[in-house]
Design a protein around this ligand. Structure first.
Ligand code: GLU
Length: 487
């Protein structure tokens, strides 16, 4: 049987370096074994999924030089590859599960579920569905469904025993069924949950090896039950270690830029980002650190992955990028600069600068902070009229936390966030924006703030505000107090 691997990103937000990391290992394993690599879009969360985000996943992976044999954009024998278009397939399989009493209808209200959870939390028990609707008579179920009562469909989970499975990198893993929730398989809106769709799709798409992040290990019992109930064979499981921040916590945008586009805009070369990601948990048999994609594939051995959480270290990535840049010929280097400073990047900048210049060369000092790094910040830069240090800190901190939750990084949403915050904290909008101008541009006067934020993108904007808070030496205690104020 030919090796088949896949990644299954959700098209929400900016493409994440974690997606590139999973894609690289799935791709390398498939290519090293003469198999196929698939891309499936998990867009069952209709509210958060966007076409733009889906497109930006393709763009980012193409930029990195990865290709796939089947996917929504290239088609293939197992189409459709977008979960939102596979509804009929899921319906067919959920019916089988319900008929065989491997899944059941549940009519519990949100309030009831909350009560159950709170009681379990109080008693320090694992929070899970208590089985209230399990065993309802078929006629009752049929009547309530026909009457249009809101419901979900849940997985039947044994009350005792352990789920035992193999992970190729970790060996045997055992999880007691008492810790496994009676997972919702079909949501009230009729859409499948991740856990159900992933099993159906991986099976029908003949995936042989599931290579994904370790955060999914605890979900394996649910998946394994589904494979057994449906009479299917569980693919081989390979859970890669998660990328981590320098303090060992899971790589998060709160502490680190996580978007592929951030690194791209910074001028990290695709081959060095990929090379760097390849070193996350993996080492070449001869321990060399600089290697290309084809070199990786030539000797790729998934069993060389170490499960200790690799630290995503910006400095090491910069160092590696420097190695790559210096190895280019002058002509290649020039080509890369042109690539990086693409016509699109220039085009987006023109409406902001055209009105403000007298000579073309004025562009450079006006837009320096948009194209390259902004000037290093000093504490005095934040000595602003009408604002004490405490106000500046408060404004920057509030903005930074609020910016983490932004779904659509556009002018209107960003403006609304700042307006709302300014009102809540009782500042004039003008005053509120002052510290942000400095944090983003390094100056008190710059190109329009919201346009600058949009142009720089979420990761870079957040990183600059975080840096500003560092420059202001905001203590943990202060942050705690501000967190309280935010709640
Ligand atoms: N949509 C899931 C994710 O992006 C896929 C997990 C899996 O590979 O099974 O994390």
């Amino acid at each position: 049987m030919s090796v088949r691997t896949r990644i299954a990103p959700s098209p929400t937000g900016d493409p994440h370096v974690g997606t590139a990391y999973m894609a690289l290992f799935n791709w390398a394993f498939a290519r090293a074994n003469g198999g196929q690599f698939l891309l499936r879009i998990e867009d069952t969360d209709a509210e958060r999924s966007t076409v733009e985000s889906e497109q930006s996943i393709y763009d980012a992976l193409h930029w990195l030089g990865l290709d796939w044999d089947e996917g929504p954009d290239v088609g293939g024998p197992n189409a459709p590859y977008r979960q939102s278009e596979r509804q009929d397939t899921y319906s067919e399989h959920i019916e089988t599960l319900v008929e065989n009493k491997h899944a059941f209808y549940c009519f519990c209200s949100r309030e009831r579920l909350d009560e159950v959870r709170q009681a379990q939390q109080k008693a320090k028990e694992t929070t899970r569905y208590d089985g209230h609707c399990f065993g309802l008579a078929d006629e009752d179920v049929a009547r309530r469904v026909a009457a249009g009562e809101s419901h979900v469909i849940r997985l039947v989970v044994p009350n005792e025993g352990d789920c035992i499975f193999e992970d190729r990198l970790r060996g045997e893993i055992s999880i007691p069924f008492t810790q496994v929730d009676m997972q919702v398989l079909i949501k009230a809106d009729g859409m499948p949950t991740y856990h159900f769709a992933v099993v159906v799709d991986d099976h029908l798409m003949a995936i042989t090896h599931i290579i994904r992040g370790e955060e999914w290990i605890s979900s394996v019992p649910k998946h394994k039950l589904l494979y057994e109930y449906l009479g299917w064979q569980l693919p081989e499981l390979i859970h890669l270690p998660l990328l981590r921040n320098s303090d060992q916590s899971k790589l998060s945008k709160r502490k680190n830029p996580t978007g592929i586009n951030y690194y791209r805009a910074l001028g990290i070369l695709p081959e060095s980002l990929l090379n760097y990601l390849a070193l996350m948990g993996y080492s070449m048999p001869d321990e060399r650190e600089i290697f290309s994609r084809p070199e990786m594939v030539e000797v790729f051995d998934i069993d060389r992955v170490s499960v200790r959480g690799p630290i995503f270290d910006q400095e090491k990535l910069s160092w590696m990028n420097g190695q790559y840049l210096r190895a280019l010929s002058a002509t290649e280097f020039a080509e890369r600069v042109v690539d990086w400073f693409s016509p699109e990047r220039l085009r987006d900048l023109i409406p902001l600068v055209q009105e403000r210049v007298e000579k073309l060369s004025d562009l450079v000092p006006i837009a320096d902070y948009m194209l390259g790094s902004r000037a290093a910040l000093k504490e005095q830069d934040f000595a602003l009229d009408k604002l004490e240090r405490a106000d500046v800190v408060r404004i920057l901190y509030h903005t930074s936390v609020r910016l983490e939750q932004v779904q659509n990084w556009d002018r209107d949403e960003l403006m609304l966030i700042c307006q709302t915050a300014a009102e809540k904290l009782d500042y004039k909008l003008r005053d509120y924006l002052g510290p942000l101008f400095v944090a983003i541009s390094g100056r008190r006067v710059s190109l329009p703030l919201f346009d600058s934020l949009v142009y720089l993108g979420p990761d870079l904007s957040r990183a600059r505000i975080r840096e500003a808070l560092d420059v202001l030496k905001v203590s943990g205690k202060e942050k705690k107090r501000l967190d309280k104020e935010l709640r």
